[in-house]
Design a protein around this ligand. Sequence first.
Ligand code: CUA
Length: 356
Amino acid sequence: MPFFPPEASSFAGNVDALYGFLIALTAFFSLLIGTLVVVFAIKYRRRTADEVSEHVKETRALEIIWTVIPLGIVMVIFVWGAGLYFRITRPPADAIDVYVTGKQWMWKIQHADGHREMNELHVPVGQAVRLTMASEDVIHSFYVPAFRVKRDVVPGRFSTMWFEATRPGKYHLFCAEYCGTRHSNMIGWIYALTPSDYQAWLAGGTPGETLASAGAKLFVQQACNTCHGEQKGARGPSLTGIFGRQVHLQNGQTIIADESYIRESITNPQAKLVAGYPPIMPTFQGLISEEGLLQLIAYVKSLSPNASEGGAPAPAAGPSVAAPGAAGPGGTIPGTPVPRNAQPRKASDTGKESQP
Ligand code: CUA
């Protein structure tokens, strides 16, 4: 039984280095203090019944030393830890998107090209992967020890996290937040594949429809298109090209239209009204599942090809092999705004046409 799980992500080594430093520091001071307690207890023990200890006067030099040295040590820990924290919480721009839904007691994974997995996640080695995670019920926590990443998945909001696997292999995925009777069964595997194995995996299986085209269907089912269409004088703002852009709100503020903003606009439309539109949109809270929300967001993203993070694969991964059927027009519905880019992997191909 190894003492530590394998180091299989780009920052696993850095996390272990910081952790090792904390353990070494703790061990050093525990030993030093423990030893001094024993040595002093012997050296300064009471030798006769009437012995009175000397009066000890404070020394300024000593006070300064034992203030400055610990301050220096904790500042080292702070700067080191904060730097690592920023690295771990900021996904790089070329990360590919994967969507995760936690529910009692399973992990449901959706890839942008339509591949779905249950308690399993296949990722390519050497490519940053960004997870957008939601919970359908209670708090779960997505934990991959070999990657040194863990993030709570909280109902009613999105959590994001990212990692880049560095070694091909099969790694444990755990739920690390007690979530009910079968919490301990809410486990799975991450498969880190070489780029060629990953392309082979993508090409196999049945990808189904892409997230964006599933979202396009939902967009019509829920009649979103009646207000958010391209027609002149539409009752709601057009969604083409908004993802990743600044939106001007009724209250004078501006906000970036990211996943969380779109989610809030669906579940609580009055919270941040777009300037120039009346507060007429009903809430869809409870009417659309977490997976449906992720599909709608993928659809809105597909209307802004240039803004979709992770749209294009890293150059190192070679030409993208689109999964069979994934690029087909399966998801477009007559009479609705056609997603300019139902296949996010090809964002760069169609990038120019939809920027107004
Ligand atoms: Cu989900 Cu514990």
